[in-house]
Design a protein around this ligand. Structure first.
Ligand SMILES: Cc1cc2nc3c(=O)[nH]c(=O)nc-3n(C[C@H](O)[C@H](O)[C@H](O)COP(=O)(O)OP(=O)(O)OC[C@H]3O[C@@H](n4cnc5c(N)ncnc54)[C@H](O)[C@@H]3O)c2cc1C
Length: 516
């Protein structure tokens, strides 16, 4: 019997303009599509989920913020801001109108009821001095010996840093083994802030810590941190998707890349999980690292990426607890689970008055979800049930006391992409790509598991995968986890890094296109 040939999708009929097929519609996929359109290519995107955005998930749900995480972005990054400026909206403006300055941030020691406020302005000589004094004071509050504080400041202000040092793990450049209390402080700050690990590249960390010295982009508000003034789907992902569709990008959802067919060092076509083949002149794979390995197993020796389990939770407030009255965005330094937070005020966030007379929502992100034990139940986050997580996060925020009981509306809610399901349901094939936590007992005595859809994929200093690492000349890679030699913005786990890598990827496609 003859096997019918699978249907072929070219999104074209012998059109002379080169066609680029992009797999994955997260920030990296959207930005590669954006750049490809600017270069005059025809573009099709194939996304496994039913909507674009990937790890960028956040919207209003029943009148209240509901998001995977709160977002902080860096105003000195021109790639991010220029992209936002290029995305025009149906209201006749562009997405720069969605950017809001973050004028202050805090380090909080909830158990000691102590807060250090930082201004988020770019440095002049005077503000740099104040900032350095405050960060030194923060280290002392945390128990770092004064000689280590001095050593750290000297190390940070070194005029010349060898390339080999820049490419070494941060734990070796900052001598974590010789200075355990300094190491403990830095680990907490860097993991809560950008999910950095001991193996994160020194250059990436120095860029983060010295960022205030980089002049702001001319587009930017005067603060060095900025944020979106509403949930990320409403303010960035959906308007960008609409814009790209208007520019002619063909989107295909619920359809995943399964394989590529190579011949003579070129990809002839891609194969989707529904059996359809995709023909194109160029193929861009913009999906997470371990899914990329399924398609390109030859990358395995080069791939050195650490997965960090991180997720957001929302606490809706009927009344703002006294200890959060003057807070905005910050890190709970003494929290076991690496908590960071941002406070959204009703009427200001998304210009929306929150439902249920909620005054504000505390959006909290946990970063050390599978290793560190909490202070109440002595369990990791993924070993706790919903009620235990509520109690534990309140305790780590310094709010586990009857005096705050009238502040909270319901229990703490996990943001989209994380849920507790009964043991049998956890094996449902629809969760096959989700991370499954250890077995727990839910409040009704049933065996259950946490399932987490997204994780941070942090390239270590030895990661060797770049945009052109695939041996086929017409296949390129995009993603936050790549180390590209021309990358200027290397801070891990950032939208900026994803966008810059996507731009570099399309530059590589363009070079290849002009050669053909
Ligand atoms: C908890 C958390 C907090 C964060 N906080 C911040 C922050 O404050 N600021 C900041 O700048 N960044 C933050 N980040 C990082 C930021 O979200 C990421 O850098 C960025 O979203 C990565 O985009 P991406 O497109 O490279 O990957 P992804 O978002 O992972 O997108 C990949 C896409 O590929 C799809 N896909 C997977 N397999 C296939 C397949 N086989 N075929 C087709 N499609 C497929 C996926 O469904 C997904 O849509 C955070 C991330 C997390 C998880």
């Amino acid at each position: 019997m003859l096997t019918p040939l699978p249907k072929t999708n070219t999104d074209s009929n012998s059109n002379p303009i080169p066609h680029v097929a992009i797999f994955g519609a997260g920030i990296s996929g959207l930005k590669t599509a954006h750049e490809c359109i600017k270069k005059g290519f025809r573009v099709s995107i194939y996304e496994a989920r039913e909507q674009p955005g990937g790890k960028c998930i956040g919207f209003m749900n029943s009148g209240l913020p509901y998001e995977l995480t709160h977002r902080q972005m860096f105003s000195s990054n021109p790639v991010l801001l220029n992209t936002l400026k290029e995305i025009s909206t149906s209201e006749g403006d562009n997405l720069m109108t969605k950017i809001e300055p973050l004028p202050k941030a805090q380090f909080v020691w909830a158990q000691k009821n102590k807060t250090v406020h930082f201004s988020q302005k770019h440095f002049n000589v005077f503000t740099e001095l104040i900032y350095n004094l405050k960060s030194a004071w923060s280290m002392l509050v945390d128990g770092v010996p004064i000689k280590d504080v001095y050593w750290f400041r000297t190390r940070l202000s070194a005029k010349v840093i060898q390339k080999s040092d820049m490419n070494s793990p941060v734990s070796s450049y900052l001598e974590y083994d010789k200075r355990p209390l300094l190491a403990s402080f830095l680990r907490k700050v860097l993991s809560s802030w950008i999910a950095a690990t001991d193996n994160t590249r020194t250059g990436d960390i120095l860029q983060l810590l010295l960022n205030k010295k980089i002049p702001p982009s001319s587009l930017s508000p005067a603060t060095y941190s900025v944020t979106l003034n509403g949930p990320i789907n409403d303010t960035l992902i959906i308007p960008w998707y609409q814009y790209l569709k208007e520019q002619g990008v063909n989107f295909h959802f619920n359809t995943a890349l399964k394989d590529i067919k190579l011949s003579n060092s070129k990809c002839q076509y891609a194969i989707l999980d529904n059996g359809v083949t995709v023909q194109a002149d160029f193929f861009i794979i913009a999906i997470p690292p371990y899914q990329t390995l399924n398609i390109l197993p030859e990358l395995k020796p080069l791939l050195k990426v650490e997965s960090v389990k991180s997720h957001g939770f929302q606490l809706h407030l009927k009344k703002i607890p006294s200890t959060f009255k003057n807070k905005s965005i910050g890190i709970i330094i003494d929290s076991a689970w690496g908590l960071s937070y941002k406070l959204y005020h009703s009427g200001k966030y998304n210009n929306t008055v929150f439902a249920e007379n909620i005054q504000a929502t505390l959006s909290i992100t946990a970063t050390r979800m599978e290793h560190a034990k909490g202070i109440l139940y002595h369990k990791t986050l993924l070993e706790c049930n919903q009620q235990e997580i509520h109690d534990e996060i309140l305790a780590q925020l310094g709010l586990f006391s009857p005096e705050f009981n009238d502040c909270f509306f319901n229990t703490i809610q996990a943001g989209p992409g994380a849920l507790i399901v009964r043991k049998q349901e956890a094996n449902n094939p629809k969760y096959k790509n989700w991370f499954k936590g250890p077995e727990i007992v839910d409040p009704y005595g049933n065996a259950a598991h946490w399932l987490v859809q997204n994780q941070l994929e942090n390239p270590t200093c030895s990661n060797g995968v770049s945009t052109d690492s695939c041996l086929a000349s017409n296949v390129f890679i995009a993603g936050e986890w790549l180390n590209h030699p021309q990358q200027k913005w290397t801070v891990p786990s950032t939208i900026e890094r994803s966008m810059e890598n996507a731009q570099l990827c399309v530059n590589d496609v363009m070079k290849e296109a002009t050669l053909v």
